[in-house]
Design a binder for this molecule. Structure first.
Ligand code: ADP
Ligand code: MG
Length: 320
């Protein structure tokens, strides 16, 4: 007999994560109650993942669980917030226990890594879709925003842009000449992105603006430029391409790195006066790269190693 909605909640969500003392009321009442410590701002982010749009329909449920939470945490990272609590709204075509078990394994792995409590949610029947809201804290007034970049600030990026887009090309059968080791690396980048939370919190008081890269570097840096009413001169030669991208023709690699979504790295700006603090950061497995400079002249210009302007043939992902 299929499980009822309430059996599902008890079995898969109620004890999915340990709850800390700041959760006054978790799963089981009409709403959750959490205690926000004095002197902090509460930072909220929500993202929905729809099967076939945000992940291929044959993605492993554990990877879907991991990624749904990771992309939400990435938004908190971009704000410089420390995540605390999660709510999860699941729409499932059926009460498939194997699917739920696997989904919660992936979700729980990341939630436990950051000691996040699942405090509530909703469970409904329909085409597969996952909505997560993460709740985080940041000392009052210290959150990073898209707005704030000023002419002369340096533009940085973490990690290697374009990997997730190349992985998607491979999944879709458009690329075949990738060795096994690179394939494993790229698929991990696509299915299990690392939310750059430690970086985000380290950038408080140092970065003048920040954004996470979900729709492509070109599109997301564009948000920083628009919010600050500034422009940028960017250097393709300084783009940190992974070995897998370096093996491609340069134009194709740059195209992927600039317009490919789903990397969940951070792009941020730093006033010259704070550059020494960036150089002093040492974050394990989170390399930072100086890729361009904010200008007063608006617009985003990508300069090639030959000094010519690069023309992007494809812009970032847009739903509508
Ligand atoms: P209500 O009908 O009052 O909205 P529900 O029956 O939807 O309550 O939910 C009962 C409890 O289970 C609530 O505390 C809710 O937050 C929790 N819950 C439901 N679905 C989920 C889920 N997918 N993940 C976490 N908690 C959930
Ligand atoms: Mg109710």
């Amino acid at each position: 007999m299929p499980l009822s909605e309430f059996d599902l909640i008890r079995r898969y969500f109620q004890d999915a994560t340990p709850l800390s003392d700041d959760v006054c009321c978790g799963i089981g009442d009409d709403a959750a109650i959490v205690r926000v410590p004095a002197g902090n701002d509460l930072v909220l982010a929500m993202d929905t993942l729809v099967a076939g749009v945000h992940f291929p329909t044959d993605t492993l449920p554990a990877d879907i669980g991991y990624k749904s939470l990771a992309v939400n945490l990435s938004d908190l990272a971009a704000m410089g917030a420390d995540p605390c609590w999660i709510t999860l709204s699941l729409t499932l075509p059926e009460a498939d226990e194997n699917w739920l078990q696997s989904f919660m394994d992936g979700f729980g792995q990341l939630a436990r890594e950051y000691r996040l409590g699942l405090v509530g949610g909703d469970t409904t029947r329909g085409p597969l879709s996952i909505t997560i809201q993460v709740h985080g804290l940041v000392p009052e007034g210290q959150a990073l925003k898209r707005e704030g970049a000023r002419p002369g600030d340096r533009v940085y990026i973490s990690g290697h842009p374009g990997d997730a887009a190349l992985a998607l090309d491979i999944i879709n059968g458009n690329v075949s000449d990738v060795n096994d080791q690179q394939m494993a690396y790229l698929l991990a980048r696509f299915n299990r992105p690392t939310p750059r939370l430690e970086l985000g919190r380290s950038l408080r008081g140092i970065a003048s603006s920040a954004v996470d890269i979900s729709d492509g570097l070109d599109a997301d840096l564009g948000h920083i430029l628009e919010a600050g009413a500034v422009g940028a001169d960017m250097q393709l030669a300084q783009l940190p391409l992974s070995a897998a991208l370096q093996a491609l023709p340069a134009d194709r690699a740059w195209q992927l790195a600039l317009s490919g979504g789903d990397d969940y790295e951070l792009c941020f700006t730093v006033p010259e006066a704070n550059v020494a603090e960036i150089d002093a950061l040492s974050l394990p497995d989170c390399p930072l790269f100086f890729i361009g400079t904010i200008s007063e002249e608006t617009g985003q210009r990508w300069w090639g190693p030959d000094g010519n302007k690069f023309k992007l043939s494809d812009t970032g992902y847009c739903h509508f």
